[in-house]
Design a protein around this ligand. Structure first.
Ligand code: OGA
Ligand code: NI
Length: 347
């Protein structure tokens, strides 16, 4: 079996429990209510799920199943290729989109490989983390040569999941007591991306994680997972890690840091991780719904007042991203930038 590369080994307190995690009670929300007109109830359910869990699953979401089946087949074909073939589209410091097999989360290597593709091509983003530097840069997608119809399949999938993300953003806006279209302006020139995740079988599931514990930095994540399972969410009620049960064809939705800040902590971005599996490979497809680079993220005025003053200082999304991206390729001596660095200190 060989030895595990120490870069993958989690410190003892972050290693997963290998006993079966109870599946938790992560809410499952039926979006067909959108067609039947029972929107108020739906909005209330979504608000409750965002407050209590930060995570929920949706069924009857409108993404056609054949579109999902096609991207699943295409991603499997892509990841089944040789490492040399995959590295033809590899990500590096100049090309932020593409294939990557050595991502580190909190300085520990993840047991996975990914293919990142931006929803807007080119993606316009700040050139450097320096707040004084106004320069912008463009990220271009790198398209695999195989399977040949990959690009077409991906675009079709992206169009459908973007519609779902927009629908969910509206419902979340409504649940915060805002107009349905209050938040969409921040996504004109979005920096969203779709990540194709492949978690190969791992001989050391007690030491390594598919993805280490983290919170998603963007506004919303809309994730499709296959039937293998492994995603775990930190339950707000008691800090226990609970499994997200795979429901065939459902999407998993979670609130990211940006919504936490906009909502002034009403909806918290919750920690999650992926446990490795010694037998089965696993695939998942998150759509990371990210604002435009020029958006300054801060608690919304409508949601703050004298009794509930802003809990965060504003930060620029593009600069935040540029700071994060710099740390993707090397282990850093310091903690990655996080929203708590913008938290107003409590007196
Ligand atoms: C992520 C993530 C979960 C999964 O990529 O940010 O949390 O189930 N993925 O793959
Ligand atoms: Ni995540």
């Amino acid at each position: 079996m060989g030895e595990i590369d120490p870069a993958f080994i989690q410190s003892i307190e972050h290693r997963p429990k290998l006993t079966v995690t109870d599946p938790g009670e992560i809410p499952v929300i039926d979006l067909s209510a959108l067609d039947s007109g029972a929107v108020d109830l739906l909005v209330a359910d979504i608000g409750k799920a965002c407050e209590e869990w930060g995570f929920f699953q949706v069924i009857n979401h409108g993404v056609p199943l054949e579109v999902v089946r096609r991207i699943e087949a295409a991603m499997k074909e892509f990841f089944d290729q040789s490492i040399d073939e995959k590295r033809k589209v590899k990500r590096d410091e100049a090309k932020a989109m593409g294939y990557h097999d050595s991502e580190h989360t909190k300085n520990v290597r993840d047991w996975k490989e990914v293919l990142d593709i931006a929803v807007e091509d080119p993606m316009v983003i700040s050139a450097s983390p320096d707040p004084q530097d106004q320069e912008l840069t463009e990220y271009h997608n790198q398209w695999p040569e195989y399977p040949p119809e990959f690009r077409k399949i991906w675009k079709e999938y992206a169009g459908e999941t973007e519609k779902l993300a927009v629908k969910l953003l509206e419902l979340i806006s409504l649940s915060l007591g805002l107009a349905g279209d209050r938040l969409i302006e921040f996504f004109q020139g979005q920096t969203s991306l779709i990540r194709l995740n492949h978690y190969p079988p791992c001989p050391w599931p007690e030491l390594a994680l598919g993805v280490g514990r983290h919170k998603d930095a963007g506004a919303l994540t809309v994730l499709f997972q296959d039937g293998v399972g492994g995603l775990e969410v930190k339950r707000k009620a008691d800090g226990e890690w609970v499994g997200v049960k795979p429901i065939p064809n459902a999407y998993i939705i979670n609130v990211g840091d940006v919504i936490q800040v906009w909502s002034n902590d009403k909806y918290e971005s919750v920690e999650h991780r992926v446990v490795a599996n010694s037998e089965k490979e696993r695939f998942s497809i998150p759509f990371f719904f990210f604002p435009a680079h020029h958006v300054n993220v801060k608690p919304l005025e409508e949601l703050t007042n004298e009794e509930n003053p802003p809990k965060f200082k504003e930060y620029n999304w593009g600069k935040f991203m540029a700071t994060r991206n710099r740390s993707d390729f090397k282990k850093q001596a310091v903690e990655n930038i996080q929203i708590h660095h913008f938290r107003v200190s409590e007196q």
